[in-house]
Every structure is written in C-alpha cells, then in structure tokens.
Design a protein around this ligand. Structure first.
Ligand code: HEM
Length: 451
C-alpha cells in the first residue's frame, strides 16, 4: 500500500478546508439540539450554542426578545447564558406559581461579576442575600421610611420639590425662547467662540446647574431626605460605608424609576391627545387652577391613577425585575429548577401578553377604571414593582411621587410636541440603561397655565 503525499494543489486544499468547516458546523448543530434533549426535567427553551449557550437569543432588547420566545415555549423558558443556568418567567401563570408557592426559595439575588466588585453589596437591600441582616434593613424601610404616617408627614417636602420644578420649567420656558432667539456673534465668527463675547454660553451652563439643583445632585440630597431618620441608620448600621450605600441605593432606586415613568407617561399622553384631554379635564374639575395639586387629591382622580397604571403596564422601568437566584432545587410547574439558577421575571412581557390584556399594545387607561387590578404584587399579569418578599419597598413613596409630579405638570402647563414632530412620527423606541428609558429624550413644549 503506497502513502499518499500531502497535496499542494490549491483546489484540493480549498476543498479540504470547506469539508472541515462543514463538519465543524454540523457538529455544532448536533450539539445544539442535544442541549434540550438531555435535560428533560428543565423547562423548554431554544437550543443553545456550545460555550455561549443562548446569549445571542437575548439580542439588544432582552425583554422584547424573551417576550417573543414566550409564544413558542410558554410560561417558563430555560436558557443557558454562557455557563449560567437561567429561568425566565414569562406568563402570569408562571409568576403566580413562583411568587405564591415558591417565593421563599426564589428570594435570593443573582449577582453578576460587575456587581460583586465591592463587598458592600451585601449591605444593600437590593443586592444583599436573603437573611437576618436583609430582613432588618427591609423592616427599617417599611416601618420608618415608607410607613403611611411617614409618607403623610413628608408630603409638604415633596410639594416643595415639585414647586421648584414647576417654577423652573416656567422660567426656563420663557428664558430658553429668549436665549435661542438672541443672535450670537460667536455663531458667525468661530474664532470668538472661546471668549463667549455675549456670555450666552455661560448663561446656558448656569441653566444646567439649576437643573441639577431641581433634580438633586446625588450627594447632599440623600441627607436631606433622611434628616429625621439619620439617627436610626447610624444606630443600626455597623459600617459607615453600608449606611452610605443604603442611602445611595434608595436615592438611585427612587429617582431613576420615577423619572423614567413620568417621561413615558408624558410621551403616551402627548401621542394620545384624547387621553391627555381627559386627564387634564379631570384635574381641572377636581383641583382647578386656583390652588396647587396636593397628594390628598390623588384619591379623587381615578383617571389620573389609571394613566399611571397604564404607563407602568406598557413601560415598567425594571422590565425583568432585579434578577433572583434559586436557594435550593425547586419543583415549579412540573419542572425541576436547580439551585443557583438565575431567574428573570419578564414583567414587560406580562404587561403586553394578549392572554391577559385586550389590545395589549394600545395605551388605554380606561381598562383600569372599573377594574380592581393594581400593582401591589397580587395581580400577576401586572408586576411593575415586583412581588413577594423582594417587592419594591419604595412602592408607597413611588406611588405618591408619580401622581404628584405628573398631576402637577399637567395642571400647571399645556404641553405640546416640538415643531415638526407629530404623535405619529414621535420615536417611542426604548433603551436599557439603569432603567428602561426612552431611547431619545422626550422634548415637550410647556405653555404655562396661570395658577
Ligand atoms: C416608579 C417607581 C418605582 C418602581 C417601578 C420600582 C420598581 C422596583 C422593582 C421592580 C424592584 C425589584 C422587585 C423584585 O425583585 O421583585 C424594586 C426593588 C427595590 N426598590 Fe423600587 N421602584 C420604584 C421606586 C422606588 C423608590 C421610590 C424606592 C426608595 C426610595 C425604591 C427602592 C427599592 C429598593 C431598596 C429595592 C430592593 C428591594 C429588595 O431587594 O428587597 N424603589 N423596585
């Protein structure tokens, strides 16, 4: 038998290369389908690729990609993200089963590496492991910060902040028009730009500082909020740094979520003029224009409450909740979910599931008017604040702030879209950051209504 010498024929080399690539791809495809067949007590899910698993299935907007997978795989979806086992709860039925019957084994947090860079995550409510220390932090939150009495007591503080916001928008509306209309010599002679001869750039910078003053600069604001609670936290906190983390997380939790919800509410109202008119008419009728909007008005404004609910249904700021981790192997809807599995609850998908909602993509606050469905963690098709032991402890405060800010903005101004933008052309796409924000900032034009 003779030995075949290695070929140098380029055609043969190319053919051998193609054959090797084809074999490799076939092997990958075979392995891909094996992932699901060898793990039959796990929920169904799309086949993953070796090593990367299902990472590519998430795409740029995981909440939307996962909602699409729900139609094919049902209430529980199993994914492998790299080497991380992941369960996605993607229907109200799955959420009910998890929160009602297994909350105690699903209440740890799953932390990715970036979140572990500093050991102090253990001392925060959001990321801390379920246990006695976390329970103590939660108790302080619910009894000292967000109790009904404390919320009532601090209403004037929030009203003052909103007064500042309204005053700022009124002044801004007037001054921006003036500034924009003023001819700037630096626009015509670029060499003059560094010296800003008319000081117009400086004035704009000062405006930005005023914005920070209204929104809060994240440094002294937590101290202001905590005036009356400072002592309690110093007493209970064993490490000073934990206290700083604690206040910082409450501050971040509060601002990002409420800002994003108010922006989405204004976006939906500006693109649904009939709804804007209805909510404006209700506020005019109940509150009028002779006095400020107060938190005590909220109970008398069912349509405004429905607008906030509808906004949170379509645009929950934390669309997959803060990931949970399974404490021990648990049987869920007939499947075995292994200990350590990362769990996403796709509340964005639940809010748009046609099985739970009529015309799920339409902004229709009316759906909430004669309904008892709300976001306090008992209606599993609607969970913008989460549910169970880890439900958002800031819900009572967030609830007041959302109604107060949106109600005051609508009472104090008539709003329109900027020139050239119509309800049909306004870009409503979203982008994941700290929360699910509008991809492009909403630009709305206020016209003051005299109080
Ligand atoms: C529009 C307003 C808000 C929304 C939609 C919202 C939503 C959420 C969600 C979805 C979670 C995760 C719940 C879960 O895993 O089941 C959460 C947790 C949390 N939220 Fe909020 N939140 C809001 C306002 C606030 C406010 C005002 C505060 C405090 C001042 C706050 C503080 C927290 C904290 C500390 C956690 C962690 C709870 C834990 O892990 O035990 N949130 N929030």
């Amino acid at each position: 038998m003779g030995i075949i010498p290695p070929t140098t024929d380029p055609v043969m080399v190319y053919a051998a290369f193609c054959l090797a690539v084809a074999t490799f791809v076939l092997l990958l495809i075979r392995n891909r389908s094996k992932v699901t067949s060898s793990t039959s007590r796990l929920p169904p899910g799309p086949p993953g690729w070796p090593i990367i698993g299902n990472i590519l299935d998430l795409g740029m907007a995981p909440h939307a990609s996962l909602a699409k997978l729900q139609t094919k795989y049902g209430p529980l979806i199993w994914l492998r993200l790299g080497f991380v086992n992941t369960l996605v709860i993607s229907s109200a039925e799955g959420a009910l089963e998890m929160f009602k019957n297994h909350d105690n084994t699903f209440c740890n947090r799953y932390l990715n590496e970036a979140l572990k860079i500093c050991e102090n995550y253990n001392g925060t409510i959001t990321l801390g492991p379920y246990g006695p220390y976390w329970r103590m932090l939660r108790r302080i939150c619910t009894t000292e910060l967000f109790s009904r009495k404390r919320i009532l007591d601090t209403a004037p503080l929030r009203r003052r902040c909103v007064d500042k916001l309204i005053a700022w928008i009124s002044k801004e509306a007037k001054e921006t028009v003036e500034l924009a209309a003023r001819p700037n010599i630096a626009d015509f002679f670029p060499t003059l730009r560094p010296i800003d001869p008319q000081g117009l750039k400086k004035k704009m910078e000062n405006k930005m500082l005023e914005v920070l003053e209204v929104v809060g600069n994240g440094k002294d604001e937590p101290t202001k909020i905590s005036d009356t609670n400072l002592n309690i936290f110093i007493l209970v906190s064993t490490q000073t740094l934990n206290y700083v983390f604690y206040m910082h997380e409450l501050f971040m939790g509060a601002t990002e979520t409420t800002n994003s919800t108010v922006e989405w509410a204004m976006t939906e109202l500006l693109t649904n003029p009939t709804t804007m008119k209805k909510v404006r008419d209700e506020i005019t009728q109940v509150v009028g224009h002779k006095r400020s909007f107060e938190e005590s008005d909220i109970d008398n404004l069912p349509y405004l409450r429905a607008v906030i609910k509808e906004t949170l249904r379509l645009h929950p700021p934390i669309p997959l909740l803060v990931p949970r981790s399974v404490i021990k192997d648990t049987e869920l809807m007939g499947y075995i979910i292994p200990q350590g599995t990362q769990v996403f609850v796709n509340v964005w998908g639940l809010g748009r599931d046609p099985a739970s909602w009529d015309a799920p993509l339409a902004f229709k606050p009316e759906r909430f008017l004669d309904s008892t469905v709300d976001y306090r963690g008992q209606n599993f098709e609607f969970l913008p604040f989460g549910a169970g032991r880890r439900i958002c402890p800031g819900l009572p405060l967030g609830n007041q702030m959302l109604h107060l800010v949106l109600g005051s903005l609508i009472q104090s101004f008539e709003w329109s879209l900027e020139d050239g933008v119509t309800p049909e052309t306004l870009d409503k796409s979203d982008k994941m950051g700290m929360s699910l924000r509008k991809a492009f900032l909403l630009k709305a034009v206020p016209k003051p209504v005299c109080l």
